[in-house]
Design a protein around this ligand. Sequence first.
Ligand code: MRU
Length: 348
Amino acid sequence: MTDHIQFSAERDALLLLDQRILPGREDYFVCANTKDTIYALQTMVVRGAPAIGVTAAYGCYLAAREAAAGAGWRDNLARLLKELENARPTAVNLRWAVEKMRAAWAAEPNLDLLGLQAKWLAMAKDVHARDIEINTAMGRHGALLIDDGDTVMTHCNAGALATAGYGTALGVIRGAWEQGKKIRVIANETRPFLQGARLTAYELHKEGIPVRVACDNACALLMQRGMVQKVVVGADRIAANGDAANKIGTFGVALLARHFGVPFYVAAPASTFDLSMPPGAAIPIEERTPREVTHVGEHQITPPGVDVFNYAFDVTLSELLTGIVTEHGVLRAPYRENIAAIIGAKES
Ligand code: MRU
């Protein structure tokens, strides 16, 4: 699945498969400017760290198309990039993509606006295409960690939909499946946005990879009964010491995996590492609208006037990780040293 993020030259716009309404309907949302792109990111038309990065890269191009209107296109553009960069706080791929574009602009400050637009569109297409290659490489490395007959649990959706294609955690699962391993997947439903129940189940089922959805709170029972052999999840930001922010509930799954002796892997590309963030406790955690918790669809499930928590992410301590799968191979403890050596060296 790679057609969920498309750049249409004809419409000069970004087309995004609307993940808010999957699996019921397959409709595209059109981003023609920065406002549309920020709206798509914030309402989760598109979500998942690498997909957010790819969208932001195209978003920079759309911002450059828009910047001509009004005096001082450079100032206009700088302001639009700032707004885009702040659309969501946790997934570092958003900032990574915008910074990549800024750096290219800074390297050629005399480019005129048309020149910059052409450069950024080409760069966005490259980020888009590279992401699929990166995920495929991650799948190749990660597949070796999965045994024939394993049942693999995953939390949230770190699949094709969360990337440009193939997926990170689901890339590892796809890699193992493509090697002919007879595996099964447990998709935790992932309250409140239900990325597991709606999106992970949707893409695996479509490809014939056996998947079964479990309520988030079934995790302990399933592990206690020996029904889970591996856990593989994605990440939104990985600190320099290996602490990994991912969808709320991931930390609990990791604690249970440690208790029951189930290997727990994170799969994420180099662009998800934030080496400026020494411990994971400093990673900003997005708080989303209470409505996602108080309502199921149009139906309110909590008494009116009762407050709720809606933290969208938590941070799994690196001591709970069995390994981090990247496009450069599988990183193991000691994470601080190995991340600096592998990711630090590739990114600098
Ligand atoms: O709020 P979301 O749906 O953007 O959160 C997504 C996740 O937590 C994913 O697991 C993570 O971004 C990795 S995606 C390859």
